[in-house]
Design a binder for this molecule. Sequence first.
Ligand code: DX5
Ligand code: ZN
Length: 218
Amino acid sequence: MKRIAPSILSADLANLAQEVQEVTEAGADWLHVDVMDGHFVPNITIGPVVVASLKKVVKIPLDVHLMIENADLYLDAFVEAGADILTVQAEACPHLHRTVHAIKERGIRAGVALNPATPLESLAYILDELDLVMIMTVNPGFGGQEFIVTMLPKIKHLKQIITKRKLKVEIEVDGGIKTDNIGKVARNGGDIFVAGSGIFGTPDRAATIRKMREAIGK
Ligand code: DX5
Ligand code: ZN
C-alpha cells in the first residue's frame, strides 16, 4: 500500500491545527512529525507535548521520526502522547535491537531510519523484526533540502532484499520528495513518502497531494 505522509516541519506551526486539517482533508495517509534534539542533528524542533496536542485533532496515524540521542528514555512519553509509529535513527541507537523491541512491546509500529551514508547491511540481522525502514534521502536536520539521487539504488536494493526474503517490511522515504520525483521513488520501491516543503510549501496542498498520488499510481 502506498502512503503519503506530509511532514509538519514545513507547516505554519502557529496555525498547526488548520494546516493539519487541510492535508488530512486532502487525503494524507499519515502525518509525519520530525523530532530533533540539537545533538543528533543540528536543529531543535518539537517533543511529546505537541504530539499529544495533535493527537486530539488528527484522525490519521501519527508517524513520529525521532532524530534524537537516548531515544530509549523518551519512548514512553511519545507512546503516551499518541504516536502510532516510532522510527529511530540507526546511528543514534547503540542497542538498536533493544530499542526496536521496546517500541514493539508498547504495541505500536517500529521503524529504523538510515542516514544517506549508512549502509543497508547495518540492518541485516534486524530487518525481519521491523515494520518499516526509512531511507533518508537528505541528511536529516532541516526541511527543504535537495533529494540525494544516489539514494534511488539504495531504495531499489532494499526492495529487492525485502522481496527475496519475503518480508512484510515497508520502505519509507524521507527528504526532498516533490511532485516531480515521487514517481521515480515509487518505481524504485518506496511505499511511504514523506514530504514537508514539497506539500506545505506549495500554495494548493490538496492539488499537490492529488498530483503526488497520480505519480505513484494510487
Ligand atoms: C529531515 C526530516 C524530514 C523533512 C522533510 O530532517 O526528517 O522529514 O521534514 O522535509 P522536506 O520534504 O522539505 O525535505
Ligand atoms: Zn522525517
